[in-house]
Design a protein around this ligand. Structure first.
Ligand SMILES: Cc1cc2nc3c(=O)[nH]c(=O)nc-3n(C[C@H](O)[C@H](O)[C@H](O)COP(=O)(O)OP(=O)(O)OC[C@H]3O[C@@H](n4cnc5c(N)ncnc54)[C@H](O)[C@@H]3O)c2cc1C
Length: 457
């Protein structure tokens, strides 16, 4: 059947027959799927959304999509910042949000088995009852799904000590583009049989398969107090020097964040907080686990030696809240494009210096916060309107090139999606880019899984 309209009505008919409980055609709901949190919106709503309730529902949708070669966009909570979960004309959106059961929590194996739509925070609350926690901590953890966290290999504040989502994934149940169900990874902590396909699925942004269930590792909750170190640096180079020294001394903060002067100012304005030291750069670290107090003192000592004004205390949730208020502070002023470059930790100072040069060149302010402990910077671009203006893209382009030139990468945790696909080839190089495209073809020979995301069409 060549006519797209007839093909679409046949597909809808089939979906209605096989998934009457899950098919949604409500225009308002479809319009909501035209965007995520990236600031990007598709031209028109998708064909429909299927809200899967079970693995069998996913198999049915994928089989129908494959039979008619209809593009399929998998979606969790839609909190993504790269445009990966956006549905467009002629596409089926497959929502995993209602597959949100926690199937098992085992204290003896220190794992949880969950359906992909479980909210990160809900898993943590359930794990807490058994003295455990799930370490991936994107700032979106109250809304984002574990499946989405895995599909984007999400990071967060705690990655400097606990790593990104990849470190917590043991085994995945995936529905392939063919409709087959496949388990990849291992139940055991160790396991090196064959290629690591679970790792390949992590960060694949809905382009290789649909993650339906996950067995993720959990950590024991630690009874020791968490100590917070707050530092105010007179200049960015002083702050980045202190970060370098902290890492070089073998210290292991659980969190090590950096906010430039503009970010401190914008957040302070949002929270109507008095700024004690205008013009300063803010550093925040936390030490947890056995020896946390001693670790905090050693971090504080290192920072003082670098010329930073330091305070150490136990209950400083206010400071973490201050850091988490960056996104609302930006959103309060306009539309925001949050960038996500990562560089080797020794290059954080050079990356901040490059951002200041780009600000001058383009005549714009780029307030930047960083998960400094792992070299991941979030420069923020503010603009008005629905589309990112060309000059903002030009400034972002200069920023990406600089990050790659410093040995870094386009995206530390948010993913490629639609927003970064233009720069993928430049970072990967021709040979790796082609190899990656061929991997995509092996998993998805008809090209129905999230086409146009990650790779340019
Ligand atoms: C205020 C705010 C703060 C944020 N903070 C962080 C942060 O600190 N760190 C961080 O890394 N990110 C952060 N994010 C980005 C976002 O929350 C993460 O990328 C998150 O992991 C996305 O989860 P989701 O369920 O919303 O996925 P979605 O946005 O729905 O999807 C994201 C991508 O994953 C794919 N996908 C989703 N579920 C599946 C599945 N089951 N199988 C296969 N593919 C799937 C989609 O196709 C899409 O490509 C933040 C976002 C916001 C709005």
């Amino acid at each position: 059947m060549s006519d797209p309209a007839s093909k679409h009505s046949l597909v809808l008919e089939q979906l209605l027959q096989e998934l009457p409980h899950a098919l949604v055609l409500e225009p308002e709901q479809l319009r909501a799927l035209m965007s995520d949190k990236s600031g990007h919106t598709s031209a028109r709503p998708p064909l429909c959304v299927v809200e899967a309730l079970a693995l069998e529902d996913v198999v049915k949708v994928v089989t129908i999509a494959s039979q008619h070669q209809i593009p399929l966009v998998t979606r969790g909570a839609g909190s993504g910042l790269a445009g990966g979960a956006i549905g467009g004309p002629g596409e089926i959106v497959l929502s995993l949000a209602k597959m949100n059961a926690i199937l098992e929590i085992s204290a003896s194996d220190r794992w949880a088995v969950v359906q992909a739509g479980v909210i990160n925070h809900d898993l943590n609350e359930a794990a807490k009852e058994q003295g455990l926690w799930f370490t991936p901590d994107p700032a979106s953890r109250k809304w984002s799904t574990v499946g989405g966290n895995i599909a984007t290999n999400a990071g967060g504040l705690l990655c400097v000590k606990y790593g990104v989502t990849r470190e917590s994934v043991l085994e995945l149940t995936v529905v392939l583009a063919s409709g087959e169900i496949l388990k990849v990874g291992h139940k055991s902590v160790k396991g090196v049989t064959g290629y690591d396909l679970a790792a390949l699925m992590v960060g694949s942004e809905g382009t290789l398969g649909i993650i339906c269930e996950a067995r993720v590792s959990l950590e024991p909750l630690d009874p020791h107090p968490v100590w917070t170190i707050s530092g105010r640096a007179p200049h960015m180079s002083v702050a980045t020097g202190a970060i370098e020294h902290t890492i070089a001394r073998g210290l292991k903060p659980a969190i090590m964040e950096l906010l430039d002067e503009a970010s401190v100012r914008h957040i302070s304005n949002l929270l109507a907080q008095k700024i004690d030291h205008p013009g300063t750069v803010q550093l925040i670290a936390q030490a947890d686990g056995p020896g946390s107090e001693e670790e905090a003192e050693r971090i504080a000592e290192t920072w003082r030696e670098c010329g930073i004004d330091v305070e150490v205390g136990q209950d400083r949730e206010d400071l973490i809240e201050f850091r988490r208020s960056m996104h609302p502070a930006m959103e309060a002023q306009g539309t925001v494009l949050i960038e996500d470059v990562a560089v080797p930790r020794s290059q954080i100072g050079a990356m901040f210096a490059a951002i200041r040069e780009i600000e001058k060149e383009f005549g714009i302010e780029i307030p930047t916060v960083a998960h400094a402990g792992d070299g991941n910077l979030h420069p923020n671009f503010l603009y008005t309107g629905d589309e990112v203006p060309a000059e903002i893209w030009s400034a972002a382009d200069a920023l990406f090139r600089q990050a790659v030139a410093l040995g870094g990468t386009l995206t530390g945790e948010h993913g490629v999606g639609l927003l970064k696909r233009k720069w993928l080839l430049e970072e990967l190089g021709q040979t790796q880019w082609e190899l990656q495209r061929k991997i995509k073809e092996v998993f998805d020979p008809l090209g129905i899984l999230n086409p146009g995301k990650v790779f340019t069409p």
